[in-house]
Design a protein around this ligand. Structure first.
Ligand SMILES: *Cc1c(COP(=O)(O)O)cnc(C)c1O
Length: 364
């Protein structure tokens, strides 16, 4: 029996691709499938996104791009991260476009490479903050130039006006380039920007988190017509009494105050269920919600079934950790993180299963 299962609904991914595409009419959609598609499985999600109309895919690293190609995924592909010479060679060999912002990196690339020039409009990580340098790289790229891009730091915070500042800086820089170079692909918007401001759409949007039905603002995904793609389940491996004064788990962080019944569930931080959920999470078994109690360990959690379990919960019963009524946003808010991390944290020991509208599939 699998310890933990992440069931991924590829129809939900397709639905979310269409929802985001409809929010940005006229723009192409680049599906960001980095970090194993935020834990959902890169190859299966890339294919589902392409079938639903995504004309580009993006990863953070070159190895991720090579992995997609090795699985037979075709189509336009962009590696967004910083790459050393070796990674550049891997990306170019995988027929992926790469991101550059200085003339040295550009000069080292072969003539058949395809590049996107990145202006750092305020994110402060990759790209150049100097618009003149970015323009010089654009000019030096010649036939290799495909696009120009930037990335927002605060698109998910609607109170923060820095987003508008970044957008204005990028738009001002890109405007003459667009006129001078018809066909240039101008792109900036992550999921939050896509849903926040049509002025950020330009020629292509680059959503990641929203493709998986996770709300980029950490709020209610359903209110934005996004469908969560992932359900995380495990099962009851043991049920036993815990008398008042007895404890469960490392550090005895749970001590029963009344006689109760505990279920042990074989999922822990070794499966990607974060230790930070200690003391904060709830799970669903059948039609009831129960508190997770005690320290999350590597291989197990314990759940307090309450004194009156009376045989209702049995060994083998399914335990839902993320699913309907128990969103990744809720888990994140309780454990001081973001929904992105809840799914991306899932480790290989969590088995991925794919289905479409309830029908099982291998994700191909
Ligand atoms: C991760 C990433 C995205 C997607 O961001 P989401 O918030 O997941 O939509 C887009 N662009 C770049 C450069 C990224 O690193």
């Amino acid at each position: 029996m699998a310890r933990a299962i992440a069931r991924v609904d590829l129809d939900a991914v397709a639905h979310n691709v269409r929802t985001l595409a409809a929010a940005a009419p006229g723009a192409r959609l680049c599906a960001v499938v980095k970090a194993n598609a935020y834990g959902h499985g890169a190859v299966a999600c890339a294919r589902a996104a392409q079938r639903a109309g995504a004309s580009w895919l993006a990863t953070a690293g070159a190895a991720e791009a090579a992995e997609l190609r090795a699985a037979g995924v075709a189509g336009r592909l962009l590696v967004m991260g910083a790459l050393d010479a070796e990674d550049m060679a891997i990306a170019v060999a995988a027929q992926a476009d790469v991101v550059v912002w200085d003339e040295g990196a550009l000069a080292a690339l072969p003539s058949h490479a395809r590049v996107h020039v990145k202006l750092d409009s305020g994110m402060g990580r990759l790209g150049t903050r100097d618009p003149d340098q970015a323009t010089r790289v654009v000019e030096a790229a010649g036939e290799r130039l495909v696009g120009v891009m930037t990335h927002f730091a605060t698109a998910d915070d609607r109170q923060d006006a820095f987003f508008e500042e970044q957008l204005a800086r990028f738009a001002t820089w890109a405007a003459p380039l667009r006129v001078a170079r018809p066909g240039l692909l101008v792109h900036a918007a992550n999921s939050a920007a896509t849903l926040r401001d049509a002025a950020s759409h330009f020629d292509m949007i680059r959503p990641g988190v929203a493709l998986y039905g996770l709300d980029p603002f950490g709020e209610d995904a359903a209110a934005r017509s996004l469908r969560p793609a992932l359900a995380l389940t495990s099962h009851v491996a043991a049920v036993k009494g815990c008398a008042a004064g007895q404890s469960a788990g490392y550090g005895r962080r749970f001590v029963a105050t009344v006689d109760t019944v505990l279920a042990t569930v074989p999922i822990g931080y070794g499966d990607g269920w974060r230790r930070a959920t200690t003391g904060h999470a709830e799970v669903r078994i059948g039609d009831r919600t129960y508190p997770q109690v005690g320290t999350v360990s590597m291989d197990n959690i314990t759940v307090d079934l309450g004194p009156q379990n009376g045989g209702r919960v049995r060994v083998g019963d399914e335990v839902v950790l993320v699913g309907p009524g128990l969103s990744a946003e809720t888990v994140a808010a309780r454990s001081d993180t973001i929904n992105y991390e809840v799914t991306t944290a899932l480790l290989p020991r969590t088995q991925r299963q794919y289905h479409r509208a309830g029908a099982d599939g291998d994700g191909t």
